[in-house]
Design a binder for this molecule. Structure first.
Ligand SMILES: [Zn+2]
Length: 419
């Protein structure tokens, strides 16, 4: 039934129009429930890898869907396996669950009750959208050939939660390795509510951190020639890093270096022993991501040496480049347009310099990560408060397309191998 040559929009495979229409209608009909769950999650935001209240809300929401549910050991993750009526390969759908150290300044009726913590990146919608997708799939079990792994992940905001869940076996949770993976991220601005966007290849940047300590020798500010002043050396590094970006890397495979922290000294007439820099490094290809640490270390160490000082460079890897599979993005585009018409999809012309730990999953299996617009009613996507802002508001209207697109991706991918 899934494979109907006569009514598919695209080539020889794909979900029939009536299947997509029922997903769209059912997701919309379920919106009051997904929105209620989203509001409950939004009230009790939690940070990091340990999200006990969030985890409990997820477990409660999944309780009567007939899933195989397990929880994480090193983190409060939830992995749920939905088995189709027929055997087939496994696919994975992911929703991250954690919040941010932000004090909420929206006037939403379901505003955060946890002081200093807010779902300012919309991960509450990711959880509710994934539960919505689970409900859509649970009522279509007869049409599904293969298991669907639902990955509810803590610790996206810098805690490498996806990597930890991979280490705990989420990709093999169904007893067979997943062959494709999909995830969504909602955006409180830039995209109208409900519009889906992505691109093939690099979709989001890799994000690393470098910490540089310039080691000099302190002394009196009036006699710098008797000291070894680390401050002008650190200042030279800040500028030299910008020259490195444009002189050593392809302008079409760019590097972003932002020195966000500079620290040295205590008083105007005291030369300190050390100066300290901290920078974020964004790269957009695995090759550049691999090359950049050595270049930065060389530059900083040699700038220091040129002045007779030394530098210690500590380079910390953050999240890898998020790379979308071209075929899987084509699938997401076709399904989104089938669900919501051509206007429902926007092709992202450039990658986003933010980073995302779903990249760890996409390093292991082909898949697609897509954005879903969630600009609140009455706001302009061009200037609405962006994700991570204390004023960021996310429209519930993004929940139905999040659920429908995720469910459609799983059904369509599994139908492909069912033939
Ligand atoms: Zn996020």
């Amino acid at each position: 039934m899934l494979h109907d040559e006569g009514t598919t929009r695209d080539r020889a495979s794909g979900l029939a129009d009536d299947v997509l229409a029922s997903l769209r209608d059912d997701a919309l009909a379920d919106l009051p429930r997904t929105a209620a769950l989203r509001h409950a999650l939004h009230r009790v935001p939690e940070r990091g890898l340990d999200l006990p209240r969030t985890q409990q809300l997820v477990l409660d929401a999944l309780a009567d869907l007939g899933l195989e549910v397990s929880t994480g050991r090193a983190l409060s993750s939830v992995t749920a396996v939905l088995r189709g009526a027929r055997p087939g390969p496994a696919v994975l759908l992911r929703g991250d669950m954690d919040a941010l150290p932000v004090t909420e300044r929206t006037d939403e009726p379901f505003t955060s009750e946890h002081e200093g913590v807010m779902h300012a990146c919309g991960h509450d919608l990711h959880v509710a959208g994934l539960v919505g997708a689970a409900r859509l799939l649970a009522t279509r079990r007869e049409q599904i050939a293969g298991p669907v792994v639902l990955m509810f992940q803590p610790g996206e905001e810098g805690y490498h939660g996806a990597r930890l869940m991979i280490e705990e076996g989420v990709l093999e949770a169904a007893g067979t390795p997943v062959v494709a993976a999909y995830g969504v991220h909602v955006m409180s601005s830039t995209l109208p509510a409900g519009v889906v966007a992505s691109r093939a290849g690099t979709f989001m940047a890799a994000s690393d951190t470098v910490r540089v300590t310039v080691e000099g020798r302190g002394g009196h500010g009036s006699k710098p020639y008797l000291a070894a002043d680390p401050v002008p050396v650190a200042a030279e590094m800040v500028l030299a890093l910008q020259a490195m970006v444009t002189r050593q890397f392809d302008v079409f495979d760019p590097v972003v270096v932002t020195v966000g922290r500079v620290e040295a000294g205590t008083k105007d007439n005291i030369i300190p022993d050390t100066a300290y820099l901290e920078a974020t490094i964004r790269t957009f290809s695995p090759a550049t991501h691999a090359a950049v640490p050595e270049r930065i270390a060389r530059l900083c160490e040699h700038v220091a040496a040129a002045h007779g000082l030394s530098a210690t460079v500590e380079y910390t890897r953050g999240y890898p480049v998020t790379e979308n599979d071209a075929g899987e993005v084509a699938r997401a585009r076709r399904l989104t347009q089938g669900l919501y018409g051509d206007a429902g999809w926007v092709e992202a012309d450039v990658p986003v310099p933010g980073a995302e730990d779903f990249s760890y999953v996409l390093q292991q299996v082909p898949g697609a990560f897509v954005f879903v617009g969630a600009t609140a009613t009455g706001l302009d996507p061009a200037d609405a408060p962006y994700n991570h802002s204390p004023r960021a508001r996310f429209a519930d209207a993004a929940l139905a397309p999040s659920a429908a697109v995720l469910a459609a991706l799983a059904l369509d991918r599994l139908a492909q191998d069912a033939g």
